[in-house]
Design a protein around this ligand. Structure first.
Ligand code: DGL
Length: 282
């Protein structure tokens, strides 16, 4: 059911840094007529090594900046914040539709997995267990394991997608999931759920590692499924669509530090050149 009215206000998206631009890219593809304002809390990245209480506080502060810019919906692109802060955000702004990436990511993996899912994410996301719980709620018979890969964040932040250092880190983290040669084929099939904004840009290196070991791997991330969830919510009337001729800038990008770095590294994640980045204070 389409809502009767339209709403020119932007959709707010936030992440701890540039990684959430992968989710923004999927949102722009799924909802081309919408306007977006994105905030990367680059001054305080990483969130993934911090306590749940600190991440919740940071998430509420970041969301407040977007709420003050009058967003009509909020997408928490950061997996770490999605895992621990959605309830705090919903409590702070009960009228605002809030979307996280953990639920959609779990749906994407549960849909394609044969029997075994390995969640790759930050320390905080893995230790909190949100993905593991979401996957088992969807398919209780799955075998679900978690692997914290904090160095992937550092590599991705440096714009490193391939080369010897990337290959060595990928091997170090993922060697344990390469099943020995003599095991049966069905046990080999592993679904890797990229439960961190930064990991999609390392996808090719991860797939190359598994293919060198002749093992079947499916790699799933939450960006496209999250975009579809937001689109479905809009189509169901949780917030109104933009009219075709909505005025104002299509995309506003903000960061809490390092506008030049954001432009330079962010283009790998957005898949598009970045012109202006506004610096904001939380
Ligand atoms: N955005 C974070 C996530 O998706 C990764 C970077 C960080 O640790 O802040 O979990």
């Amino acid at each position: 059911m389409q809502p009767a009215s339209t709403d020119t206000r932007p959709i707010g998206v936030f992440d701890s840094g540039v990684g959430g631009l992968t989710v923004l890219a999927a949102l722009r593809a799924a909802l081309p007529q919408e306007r977006f304002v994105y905030l990367g809390d680059t001054a305080r990245l990483p969130y993934g090594t911090k306590s749940a209480g600190t991440v919740r506080r940071y998430a509420v502060q970041a969301a407040r900046v977007l709420v003050e810019r009058d967003v009509k919906a909020l997408v928490v692109a950061c997996n770490t914040a999605s895992a621990v802060a959605l309830d705090a955000l919903e409590a702070a702004w009960p009228e605002l539709p809030v979307f996280g990436v953990v639920g959609p990511g779990a749906i994407a993996a549960a849909h394609v997995a044969r029997s075994r899912v390995v969640v790759l994410a930050t320390e905080s996301t893995i230790s909190g267990g949100a993905y593991q719980r979401a996957l088992l709620a969807l398919r209780p018979t799955l075998t679900v394991e978690g692997r914290a890969c904090p160095l992937f964040v550092t590599l991705a932040e440096e714009g490193r997608r391939d080369g010897a250092v990337v290959a060595a880190v990928v091997a170090d983290y993922l060697q344990a999931f390469v099943v020995p040669e003599h095991s049966d084929a069905s046990a080999d099939a592993v679904t890797l759920l990229l439960g961190c904004t930064h990991f999609p840009i390392l996808r090719a290196a991860i797939e190359a590692f598994f293919s060198r070991h002749a093992r079947t791997v499916q790699v799933v991330d939450s960006a496209a499924t999250t975009a579809r969830a937001v689109q479905a919510a809009r189509d169901a009337g949780r917030f109104a669509p933009a009219p075709g001729d909505a005025g104002g800038p299509r995309l506003v990008l903000c960061a809490t530090d390092g506008a030049d770095r954001f432009r330079r590294v962010g283009r790998f994640f957005l898949g598009d050149a970045i012109e202006d980045v506004e610096l904001v204070d939380l």
